[in-house]
Design a protein around this ligand. Structure first.
Ligand SMILES: [Zn+2]
Ligand SMILES: [Zn+2]
Length: 351
């Protein structure tokens, strides 16, 4: 049996390095299940994968796509607890459980991690094989009727943001600044409010995204090109600066000015991926005198994923609001072109 898939041949020669084509439908082993893909979202990481900027774990002639939701099509004879027809979302990152990172409680930074969309074929295909190791690691979450497939796919990036929220330490009555109101910034905005933040200021150059940020609860959405972000942050915080800052865009040149917006004792999370090997210049005395905590965040733990799913199921986070365009698998090229252009918010492939 054949099926449609987006096959990425290799890291070079974008946009001629991939094609939407027919490949063999995966055979469901007795310990696996087969997922009918219903929604797979495009993410910033996919930009880097298709253009060769990220190659770790990406196999030649494979199918990527790591934000996945679908319906179980077929269940292996040894698999218990799942049946055909169930709507599920997949936590794509599978930690090994025995490396130093896993053993020290950082499975999100596992040294031997495997992932759907990397070592295993991912979501940009009609049927995705969910292997035994993924099922046994508890990486499958059942979703109720009222959660859309698109929202199901976006549980994955939300889980990453929950990990970031924990590293940032955002809590009750905190003032928060989020740099960038793309999908990730808008998730951080909603999560910060859910965690009890007193106010969230967002900095974003795109007017539509600023508008959506205000709709989702930001107290100010600052156009930092035409407005003085520092002045506004100080106005909003009695001249003290904010308790927590999340950099949801990886722009090296913004690091120094961002550090200077944090309150004494505040925390800055460099959440976004930054270009590898590119340096930032910053004034370390700001960290010293203001006793800043600087942190990062990578991927998610399974508990983050389960909590992300719970929040979506219980209506605490609106992920559908973040979806801007939907495309069919056949129109993947059009979707990726739009994604590369950088103007779209969140694009979801549905089938
Ligand atoms: Zn992603
Ligand atoms: Zn590990």
């Amino acid at each position: 049996m054949k099926m449609k898939a987006v096959v990425l041949h290799g890291p070079e020669n974008y946009p001629n390095n991939y094609e939407v084509m027919e490949i063999e439908k995966p055979v469901c082993g007795e310990n696996d299940f087969l997922l009918k893909m219903k929604a797979a979202a495009l993410c910033g990481t996919d930009k880097r994968i298709f253009t060769g900027g990220k190659t770790k774990g990406v196999r030649p002639d494979s199918v990527v796509g790591h934000e996945i939701c679908g319906v179980i099509e077929e269940v292996g004879s040894n698999v218990r607890g799942y049946k055909a027809g169930e709507k599920v979302a997949i936590a794509n990152v599978i930690p090994c459980g025995h490396c130093p990172a896993c053993l020290s409680g950082r499975e999100n930074a596992c040294l031997n991690r495997q992932a759907i969309g990397y070592e295993f074929n991912g979501g940009f295909e009609e049927y995705v094989l969910i292997p035994e190791v993924c099922i046994k690691s508890g990486n499958v979450v059942k979703l109720p009727e009222h959660v859309s497939y698109a929202a199901g796919a976006l549980i994955e990036p939300l889980a990453c943001c929950i990990r970031g929220l924990r590293n940032t330490g955002t809590g009750f009555n905190d003032t928060v600044l989020i740099i960038g109101a793309g999908p990730i910034g808008l998730m951080h905005l909603q999560l910060s409010l859910a965690a009890g933040a007193q106010k969230v200021i967002v900095s974003e150059l795109d007017a539509e995204k600023r508008e959506l940020a205000l709709k989702l609860g930001a107290c100010r959405a600052v156009d930092s090109k035409n407005e003085d972000l520092r002045k506004i942050v100080m106005e909003e915080t009695n001249g003290e600066g904010v308790d927590r800052i999340v950099m949801a865009i990886g722009v090296n040149a913004l690091v120094d000015s961002t550090f200077k917006l944090a309150k004494k004792g505040g925390t800055v999370c460099l959440f976004a991926g930054f270009p590898k090997g590119k340096m930032s210049e910053f004034d370390p005395s700001v960290i010293h005198y203001n006793e800043l905590n600087i942190t990062g965040s990578t991927a998610y733990k399974r508990i983050d994923y389960l909590q992300a799913a719970d929040m979506v199921i219980h209506g605490k986070i609106d992920l559908d609001a973040i979806v801007s365009q939907k495309f069919k698998l056949d129109d993947f090229r059009e979707a990726l072109d739009l994604h590369m252009a950088g103007t779209a918010l969140k694009i979801v492939i549905e089938d």
